[in-house]
Write a protein that binds this ligand. Structure first.
Ligand SMILES: Nc1ncnc2c1ncn2[C@@H]1O[C@H](COP(=O)(O)OP(=O)(O)OP(=O)(O)O)[C@@H](O)[C@H]1O
Ligand SMILES: Cc1ncc(CO)c(N)n1
Ligand SMILES: [Mg+2]
Length: 541
């Protein structure tokens, strides 16, 4: 197949200067503790601009996404570091093995390197598959032209399944041209042995020590030999050598099939920690700690029929307690929105938990816990108990205002007011899958809530109410105005009860999905009956 390489002359790097990191290309780049100093320019909205730590992965693609650039991106993501990618090869790969390798032409590797290095403030470069002598040379050349703070080399030669990923002829170029520029090289036992001419199989820690010394003398400033495959060891021991001293990094050996890409992950995590400003030893320790956790969390994941399953790098973003697959917010759930009130519960001698149970039994479609006075410890206990009920009944539970409680009880989301924590901040803390509702009185506020990524808005007070002091009433007219322009589903709130709920729903705006009620359910003798009554009213309006 003919390789077609387009180089668009209008790319921005032809007009930029690469002045950052000038003169960093010395042997003392990574010291005991270096640190990136973010440039604190202010934006027009008053937020400081931060430079995000940045790792460039120069590696191959793994179609199965367990190793290669896909693993690198996920590992960097898990470390909170930006990862750009220059592809050197594309592999057809799965849990069984490598079905094919297609090389990216060297000229195009060069072009990708220039694009990223000339423009994007790369801190650290990490390499994976460097499949040809030409690719290695191009990389060395571009790194001299655009120096970075550190170079992490994972000398990928053979995949765990035993398939060749780079030509053996590349070895001498690796050793002679790339290694002298390398800050840390991370061979596994086989790769370390190959780097030393394959004269001896590495079987013991002592073998690893002498190999580390020999590899260090070939030019890499630090050496990490991975003992993940060391025979007869209950430990997964890696050996770190800084040129003077050895450090053994111990971790329990985890019996799992899902270890494909552990090498890529480890090297990328080291690169990510270096980009954040860690010292080399710290970076290696953090990475080892991370890889152990990932392997444990990925143990029971089933993807593919082969012997080499991938890792689940972003496990910490998941909400394990509420199941792997998130329940999506459905605005129909807003139909009968029950908001608890502890003062009323106290008055009627009920626990929050019993009140919630009755409301759900009566037909409430979503629950919000609103506790203005409760002590944190008590509130959390109640919230956890309510969460259990809601989960078993498949009803969402939101927490009013208290992001900490919502996080601690793994609630489905929160409801916040105009003076509570800003929506964007809440979204940052809760993650993308939680529900965020915002109280709004005006179309402007509703628009802002939508812009900020809220899921629904609560609009009111529609009628006057006793549960909220000093709350301006907007009336049915105000509700109509907000609904007519809102891009988010709306639930009406404020003094709504069995005798006026119909008039609310009769404004007949498709954005109005239901009513939120406090007193009309909870300040009554029987929560169950009141909820049931209101529900049938709503269903028939
Ligand atoms: N089963 C395991 N349990 C615990 N730690 C492990 C296990 N397998 C590998 N490791 C650790 O994971 C890291 C990567 O080491 P490994 O020897 O697997 O790299 P590799 O052979 O280059 O992997 P890859 O399959 O990505 O090429 C090391 O820190 C190693 O100790
Ligand atoms: C693309 C790619 N890079 C690295 C490795 C080493 O695990 C692999 N199997 N595939
Ligand atoms: Mg490897």
């Amino acid at each position: 197949m003919a390789d077609t390489i387009f180089q668009l002359r209008s790319l921005p790097f032809f007009s930029t200067h690469h002045h950052h990191y000038a003169c960093r290309h010395s042997r003392s780049r990574i010291m005991a503790s270096s640190s990136t100093s973010p440039s604190l320019k202010m934006t027009h909205d008053g937020c400081p601009k931060n430079k995000i730590p940045h790792v460039l992965s120069v590696a191959g693609s793994d179609s199965g996404a367990g190793a290669g650039i896909q693993a690198d991106m996920k590992a960097c993501g898990a470390a909170g570091v930006y990862c750009s990618t220059v592809l050197t090869a594309v592999t057809a790969q799965n849990t069984v093995g490598v079905q094919g390798v297609h090389l990216v032409p060297e000229e195009f590797v060069a072009l990708q390197l220039i694009s990223v290095l000339s423009d994007m403030n790369v801190d650290v470069v990490k390499t994976g598959i460097l499949p040809s002598i030409g690719t290695i040379r191009v990389l060395c050349e571009k790194l001299k032209e655009f120096p970075v703070r550190a170079l992490v080399v994972d000398p990928v030669m053979v995949s765990t399944s035993g398939d060749l990923l780079a030509s053996p002829a590349t070895m001498s170029t690796y050793l002679e041209e790339l290694l002298p520029m390398t800050d840390i090289v991370t061979p596994n036992l086989k790769e370390a042995s190959a780097m030393l001419g394959d004269v001896k199989e590495l079987q013991t820690l002592d073998d690893m020590r002498s190999a580390a010394k020999a590899i260090h003398s070939m030019g890499s400033r630090y050496v990490l030999i991975k003992g993940g495959h060391l025979k007869d060891s209950a430990d997964a021991v890696d050996l770190f050598f800084d040129g003077e001293r050895f450090h053994e990094l111990h971790g329990p050996y985890i019996d799992s099939q899902n270890t494909h890409g552990t090498g890529c992950t480890l090297a990328s995590y080291i690169a990510a920690e270096l980009a954040k400003g860690c010292s080399m030893l710290q970076a290696v320790q953090e990475a080892k700690n991370f890889i152990g956790k990932v392997i444990v969390h990925s143990k029971y994941m089933v993807i593919g029929s082969g012997q080499q399953g991938p890792l689940d790098h972003l496990f910490h973003l998941k909400n394990h307690s509420s199941g792997m697959i998130k329940k999506r917010f459905n605005s129909d759930n807003l139909l009968l929105y029950a908001v608890t009130d502890s003062v009323m519960n106290k008055k009627w001698g009920r626990s929050i938990v019993d009140a919630v149970k009755s409301a759900i039994e009566g037909g409430a479609t979503i629950i919000q816990l609103r506790e203005k006075e409760a002590e944190t410890r008590y509130f959390l206990e109640m919230a956890i108990a309510c969460m259990e009920i809601c989960r078993s009944r498949d009803i969402m539970l939101l927490i009013n205002d208290r992001i900490d409680i919502a996080l601690a009880c793994d609630a489905h989301g929160v409801h916040i007011g105009q003076f509570d924590m800003p929506v964007m901040k809440v979204r940052n803390l809760l993650g993308p899958s939680k529900v965020i509702g915002v109280s709004c009185k005006t179309p402007e506020q509703a628009h802002q809530a939508w812009m900020d990524g809220a899921d629904y808005i609560g609009c009111g007070g529609v009628f006057s109410t006793t549960t909220k002091e000093n709350n301006r009433t907007i009336g049915l007219e105000g509700l109509k105005t907000v609904c007519s322009t809102s891009k988010l589903p709306v639930v009406a709130i404020g003094g709504i009860n069995g005798s006026n709920a119909r008039s609310v729903m009769e404004i007949n705006d498709p954005n109005l999905k239901g009513v939120a009620v406090v007193s009309a359910l909870f300040d009554r003798e029987s929560i169950l009956e009141e909820t049931h009554h209101l529900k049938s009213l709503l269903l028939h309006s």
